[in-house]
Design a protein around this ligand. Structure first.
Ligand code: CA
Length: 274
C-alpha cells in the first residue's frame, strides 16, 4: 500500500513461455507513490542489466530529491520536492547516463538499452513519463484508455498514414522502438500530468502483455479483478502466456482507494520565502 494506504499496488514480472531470460524490470516506492517498469534489450544478459539499472537509478535518484526536501527520514512526506514531471524526467535522464556509463565499461554491454514507463501518484494528480513502447493504461468506470503513445516505428507509420491501426498488430517490425534509454547521451522523455480519481486502476505493462492481449481482453480482466490487484496481475500474465507468452510479460497495477489530499509542494513553499 502506498501513500498512507490510499493506493493499493501489485507488481508481477514473468519470463513468458519462449525466452530463457527476463529482460523486464519492475519496481515501486510505495511510500512516495512511484511506479516503474522497464523492458530491456541487448545481447546476452545485457537487456536485463539495462532495465535493472534503469529502475534502480530512477528509484535512487527520486529518493535523493525527497531526502533533500525532507531530511528527516521518518517524518511524513507532505509534498513533492519538485514538480512531479520534472522529477521523473530528471530521474530518467540519470538512468540513461548510468546505462551509457555501464555500457562503456565492457564490450558485452555495448548497445544495450531499455524502454521505461513510470508514474508518480501525488496529491495533485498523476505524473507520467515514458520512453519507448512500454505502456500506461487506465481503467476508469470500466473503460480502458491507453495514456501513453508508443515511441515506435509502427506508431510513426500510423501517424504518417502509411498503415492503419488495424494493420499494426500484424506488422512484422512492430517491436522496433524509435526511442530508448542507453542509445544517446540525450534522451527525449515524454511527460504528462493527468488527473487521478478515486477507483482509477492504472496498468503499466511491457509489450509482452500488450502484444499478446487486445485492449478488450485487458479491460475485461482488469474490470473483473479490480478489487484484488495481485489476482488481476496473475490473470493478465496467465492470459498472455496462454496466448503464446512470446516475450517477457510484466505488469504494475495501482488502484486509488481514497482521494489523495492536495498537498502544497515543498518547492512552492520554499519559493514563498524568497
Ligand atoms: Ca519486450
Amino acid at each position: 500500500m502506498a501513500l498512507n494506504g490510499k493506493v493499493a499496488t501489485a507488481l508481477l514480472s514473468d519470463p513468458g513461455r519462449v525466452r530463457q531470460n527476463n529482460e523486464d524490470a519492475v519496481a515501486q516506492d510505495a511510500r512516495r507513490g512511484l511506479l516503474i517498469l522497464a523492458d530491456g534489450m541487448g545481447g546476452y544478459l545485457a537487456g536485463e542489466v539495462a532495465s535493472g539499472i534503469a529502475v534502480e537509478t530512477i528509484l535512487k535518484h527520486a529518493r535523493a530529491h525527497w531526502k533533500k526536501a525532507f531530511p528527516d527520514e521518518d517524518a511524513p512526506l507532505t509534498g513533492l520536492p519538485m514538480p512531479a514531471t520534472e522529477l521523473l524526467r530528471d530521474a530518467i535522464e540519470a538512468a540513461n547516463g548510468a546505462i551509457l556509463e555501464k555500457a562503456a565499461t565492457d564490450e558485452k554491454y555495448k548497445g544495450m538499452g531499455t524502454t521505461v514507463v513510470c508514474c508518480l501518484l501525488h496529491g495533485g494528480g498523476l505524473a507520467v513519463a515514458h520512453v519507448g513502447d512500454s505502456r500506461l493504461y487506465r481503467l476508469r468506470d470500466d473503460q480502458l484508455a491507453q495514456l501513453t503513445r508508443d515511441h515506435s516505428l509502427v506508431e510513426e507509420l500510423i501517424a504518417r498514414g502509411h498503415i492503419t491501426r488495424a494493420d499494426a498488430r500484424k506488422f512484422a517490425r512492430k517491436n522496433v522502438v524509435t526511442r530508448a534509454l542507453g542509445i544517446e547521451p540525450d534522451v527525449a522523455v515524454e511527460t504528462q500530468e493527468l488527473d487521478l480519481q478515486r477507483s482509477d486502476v492504472l496498468l503499466l505493462c511491457s509489450d509482452g502483455l500488450s502484444d499478446m492481449l487486445e485492449d478488450d481482453a485487458l479491460c475485461l480482466t482488469l474490470a473483473r479483478n479490480a478489487a484484488n490487484l495481485p489476482k488481476a496481475a496473475r490473470a493478465l500474465v496467465d492470459q498472455a502466456n496462454e496466448r503464446g507468452g512470446k516475450d517477457n510479460i510484466s505488469v504494475v497495477l495501482a488502484r486509488v482507494d481514497q482521494r489523495l489530499a492536495p498537498s502544497r509542494p515543498v518547492y512552492k513553499r520554499l519559493l514563498d520565502w524568497i
